[in-house]
Design a protein around this ligand. Structure first.
Ligand SMILES: C[S@@+](CC[C@H](N)C(=O)[O-])C[C@H]1O[C@@H](n2cnc3c(N)ncnc32)[C@H](O)[C@@H]1O
Length: 196
């Protein structure tokens, strides 16, 4: 996969991420999961992204950085105004504003209204809605695309019944191939193999 030359931007993003390393306290993904999402996008050349659950923008920045390589764009959604505003400031400081369309909205309402198509999705908002989000987005996800979901572990954890149910559901689908990466917070990675 060929990537765009964004050397100046790379430096800006790296400096920003380094400066914020110990500042992500709003339920943000660990950096290793950010890197995991980045790699999936760049390796597959994805360009049409959706993130559900921006918080203050840690995963957003890793995804947007990957899209700076592929020429892609990310729609990201959060319902909390304070975190949304902080995310906008963080994205700007990282130099990635051009790659992000951040929306302040209830994803329960907005996700079903988005037209798509998407080729990359990261689900990281309310865990009890994970299966609903998946069902709403799946018809808009291109074949060959990837749906990722955070805090998913096969053995589950307290308060994570939504993610357990989600994993069982997505693993039951014959047109998706799903693995779980447990190197960080638990990432379900589901590639869409066929429309049905
Ligand atoms: C785990 S945090 C996201 C962390 C983020 N992905 C990161 O790595 O920086 C979950 C976010 O989902 C948001 N959220 C929860 N329910 C939501 C809903 N119905 N619509 C939109 N956002 C929602 C919360 O406000 C919270 O900021």
């Amino acid at each position: 996969q060929e990537t765009l030359d964004t050397t100046g931007l790379d430096t800006k993003v790296k400096v920003f991420l380094e400066s914020q390393k110990s500042e992500w306290r709003d339920m943000n993904v660990p950096a290793s999961d950010g890197q995991l999402l980045y790699d999936i996008i760049v390796e597959n050349g994805y360009t049409k992204g959706l993130e559900i659950g921006t918080s203050t923008g840690h995963s957003t920045i890793w995804i947007a950085w990957a899209f700076s390589k592929t020429g892609g764009k990310l729609i990201t959604i959060d319902i909390d105004e304070t975190r949304y505003k902080k995310a906008l400031a963080n994205i700007k400081e990282a130099g990635l504003t051009n790659y992000v369309d951040a929306r302040l909205a209830d994803a329960h309402e907005l996700v079903k209204k988005l037209e798509g198509p998407f080729d990359f999705v990261f689900s990281d908002a309310d865990k009890d809605w994970y299966t609903n989000y998946f069902k709403e987005v799946s018809p808009k996800l291109e074949v060959g695309g990837c749906f990722t979901a955070h805090n998913v572990r096969p053995e589950g954890r307290r308060g994570m019944s939504g993610t357990r149910a989600y994993l069982a559901y997505v693993q039951s689908l014959e047109n998706y191939s799903t693995t779980v990466d447990n190197s960080g917070g638990g990432m379900a990675i589901s590639y869409k193999k066929a429309e049905k």
